[in-house]
Design a binder for this molecule. Structure first.
Ligand SMILES: NC(=O)c1ccc[n+]([C@@H]2O[C@H](COP(=O)([O-])OP(=O)(O)OC[C@H]3O[C@@H](n4cnc5c(N)ncnc54)[C@H](O)[C@@H]3O)[C@@H](O)[C@H]2O)c1
Length: 340
């Protein structure tokens, strides 16, 4: 199998590329635009092992097509996306570019080049928020943020290519993911890196929003199960059944960084609309492929905090970048003020 992994200089894609790399019979090629969220430092080990890296956007059809032809690519797994909900609240244009137009461009190249299988990495957020019960793969798409709306747009294009062209495409809809190499704007690494530096962390409201957390390595094995054993044309939820309120997660982060509860600053949610209260889904379909998550949440979370403590060389240059600073100022400035 020759797999093109797009967006692998980011968080989950890098875990997936590393996992696939362990398969001796599989050749991996990475394509990534190195947006603010993508860093070569995240995949330095893979590049040093000789994995080909192509710098470019998934919207660039001629680049993607020449990459597919040059490397004899027969499978494509797409992680490339704008991924931060909070940024999509500030400005959503880039989300349409990568998450809708980019997916359509990739699908078109795959169709033209006769790629055997295309896996689109999507999110459970396309289903919206659910107060009770669980979403299944058949639940309606009711996204609530510009980010999740753009991901739903990508999902619908995948569906259209399956229906219109009989394309062998599959969708994975993953839950909230944590682990090493996550860009420090996301809740867990944002809080951990601030706590390491002795800064207070901003918690929306009482922190009662519920999320089901999954380790990036488990998310990657789930996507690999779908790539290897999924039924073309189908969507698969990928998640771990361990719902936690955000405030419970924060308690572990405080403990592991040696900070007390005074390091939490409760702030009003900067969104004018509602914050999705709860995400939850059933994952029986992917379980039938023989997949289950392996990493127990609290252990994985504590190990992740220790990884950030031990890998300042990875995240310090990132939090010093103007892009990171500007986002934090724009989003948290009004509530954190001098504490930024
Ligand atoms: N992080 C989560 O909790 C989570 C949960 C479910 C699903 N997902 C999905 O998983 C995928 C990966 O998420 P992540 O958290 O690893 O993201 P990330 O933001 O860490 O990485 C995204 C990567 O894509 C690259 N990229 C962005 N736009 C591109 C473009 N147009 N062309 C080429 N490369 C581009 C970036 O440079 C970066 O390396 C996304 O599709 C996301 O929607 C994420």
């Amino acid at each position: 199998m020759n797999v093109l992994v797009t967006g692998a200089a980011g968080f989950i894609g890098s875990h997936f590329a590393r996992l696939v790399r362990e398969r001796e019979s599989t050749k991996v090629v990475i394509l990534d635009a190195l947006t603010y969220a993508g860093h070569l430092s995240t995949i330095r080990d893979l590049i040093e092992q000789g994995i080909p890296f192509v710098h470019g956007r998934i919207q660039d059809r001629s680049l993607v097509e020449s990459t597919v032809r040059e490397h004899g690519i027969d499978h494509v797994v797409n992680f490339a996306a704008e991924t931060h909900n909070d940024r999509s609240i500030l400005e959503s244009g880039a989300f349409i570019e990568s998450n809708v137009l980019g997916v359509q461009a990739l699908l078109e190249v795959c169709r033209r080049c006769g790629v055997e299988q295309f896996v689109q990495v999507s999110t459970d957020e396309v289903y919206g928020s659910i107060l009770e019960g669980h979403f299944t793969e058949g639940s309606p798409l009711e996204p609530n943020t510009p980010y999740s709306a753009s991901k739903a747009g990508g999902d619908l294009f995948v569906r259209a290519y399956i229906k219109s062209f009989g394309m062998a495409a599959l969708l994975t809809r993953g839950g909230n993911t944590y682990g090493p190499f996550q860009y420090p704007e996301k809740l867990i690494p944002f809080f951990v890196t601030r706590l390491i530096d002795g800064k207070r962390v901003p918690l929306y409201g009482e922190g009662t929003q519920v999320r089901e957390w999954m380790h990036a390595r488990d998310h990657a094995t789930g996507i690999l199960a779908v790539l290897e054993r999924g039924v073309p044309g189908e969507a698969y939820n990928v998640g771990d059944v361990n719902a936690r309120e955000n405030r419970e997660v924060v308690r572990v982060l405080l403990e592991e960084t040696g900070r007390d509860p005074s390091f939490v600053k409760k702030i009003p949610d900067p969104r004018a609309g509602a914050h999705d209260q709860r995400y939850a889904m059933t994952c029986t379909k992917i379980a039938a492929l023989g997949w289950k998550p392996e990493i127990e949440f609290e252990r994985g979370l504590r190990e992740t905090v220790r990884w950030y403590i031990q890998n300042e060389a990875w995240w310090r240059p990132i939090v010093a970048e103007p892009d990171f600073q500007e986002f934090v100022r724009a989003f948290y400035g009004p509530s954190l003020g001098d504490e930024l």
